[in-house]
Design a protein around this ligand. Structure first.
Ligand code: URA
Ligand code: ZN
Length: 360
């Protein structure tokens, strides 16, 4: 059974060139006072501070597909489903987004073509443009040989979130074309929540806590707005093992069941609950670095819906020269420890589920 990485990013050069021309988040620049020489990628507002945590060094592993292949070879990964990383095209002026989306998607498809059977992809959507533009790109993606779905953040169309009914034609197109949505956090929670000492703590708080909570909030809003009642075949792969969703699903459902406002509005009749959606529409990646979180993901959605990932090229080893990555080792060990002697299910989570679900 091949090992498949469903959570692995690339910033094609059309994208990095745009970031190099900017001086606001997201952007790429060098800083004379940075701890290491060279360009830095600044994508989260919380990391845009004058400190050693301003952005991260960006080397060719972020844009050169040969580096992705070398990483796969060093870490025994057979197939990768690559995707543009945050913040995608959300920040682009509406009149430019559709054109840039086409260029990014064509370039990613070309990369997949170069490495047959080793690369597939999730496409990118021009979500700052109109719903019509987005639907057109979804339809175009559905004709491309290596595309298996789309990656989106939590912003929705122009920042209103994933519970905005204006997204309905987009959800309908994704459902109709059978494309999986890979839902990934964009930039965590608002900076104030990290307090005045935030810059002392590197990227830990926004990445470890901001990202998973951002995703959890977005999915809860989708659920409460009835997205999965209207689109019962819409499949969503949630990053980082669902944020905190597996842990909080019981509490979310209890808050719904005790909410007089929802009851009086008739919202409790004929609604699908989160447990049902978790088992029929949601897939979870295994990017949680510990068997405790991974067991929760498996309990919530089932071992047949959880898929291995790495988040490469993020979280590289801090000591240069290490080719086997700690982040990969932690995620692999979590799968093995969570599933014990059940070798067949280990192989399914490491690759078999992705082959079946994404038709690789
Ligand atoms: N940091 C990011 O901004 N994105 C990722 O996917 C991982 C880490
Ligand atoms: Zn990621």
């Amino acid at each position: 059974m091949p090992v498949v990485d469903v959570h692995t990013h690339i910033y094609p050069s059309v994208y990095t060139e745009l970031l190099r021309s900017r001086d606001k988040v997201p952007y790429i620049r060098s800083f004379p006072d940075a701890p290491t020489a060279g360009d830095r990628l600044v994508i989260l507002p919380a990391e845009d501070t004058a400190s050693t945590s301003r952005g991260r060094p960006i080397g060719s592993e972020y844009y050169d597909i040969r580096q992705k292949i070398a990483f796969k070879d060093a870490n025994e990964i057979d197939i990768s489903v690559i995707s543009l990383a945050n913040p995608w095209l959300d920040w682009l002026p509406p009149n430019e987004a559709a054109e840039v989306a086409k260029k990014v998607n064509d370039d990613v498809e070309r990369m997949c073509e170069e490495y047959p059977k080793r690369l597939y992809a999730f496409g990118t959507l021009p979500l700052s443009a109109s719903a019509n533009d987005v639907v057109a790109e979804i339809e175009r993606l559905s004709t491309m040989k290596h595309m298996r779905g789309v990656i989106i953040g939590t912003a929705g169309l122009g920042g209103t979130g994933l519970d905005d009914p204006k997204l309905d034609p987009i959800y309908a197109a994704l459902e109709r074309t059978g494309q999986t949505v890979f839902l990934h956090p964009r930039w965590g929670l608002p900076g104030e929540v990290w307090g005045p000492r935030a810059s002392e703590y590197g990227h830990v708080l926004p990445l470890a806590l901001g990202f998973p909570h951002e995703t959890t909030i977005a999915v809860s809003r989708m659920l409460l707005s009835g997205v999965w009642d209207r689109f019962q075949d819409l499949n969503v792969l949630i990053a980082h093992s669902g944020g905190t969703l597996p842990f909080l699903a019981g509490r979310i459902e209890s808050c719904v069941a005790h909410d007089a406002h929802l009851k009086h509005g008739g919202k409790l009749e004929r609604r699908r609950d989160l447990w049902d959606v978790l088992k029929k529409n949601i897939y979870l990646d295994a990017v949680i670095y510990s068997e405790v979180g991974l067991k929760a993901a498996i309990d919530a959605s089932g071992a047949d819906r959880v898929m291995f990932g790495t988040d490469h090229p993020f979280f590289p080893p801090l000591d240069t020269g290490e080719t086997e990555w700690l982040s990969v080792r932690l995620n692999t060990r979590a799968v093995q420890t969570a599933l014990g002697d059940d070798q067949k299910t280990v192989e399914d989570v490491m690759g078999g589920n992705a082959v079946r679900i994404l038709k690789l």
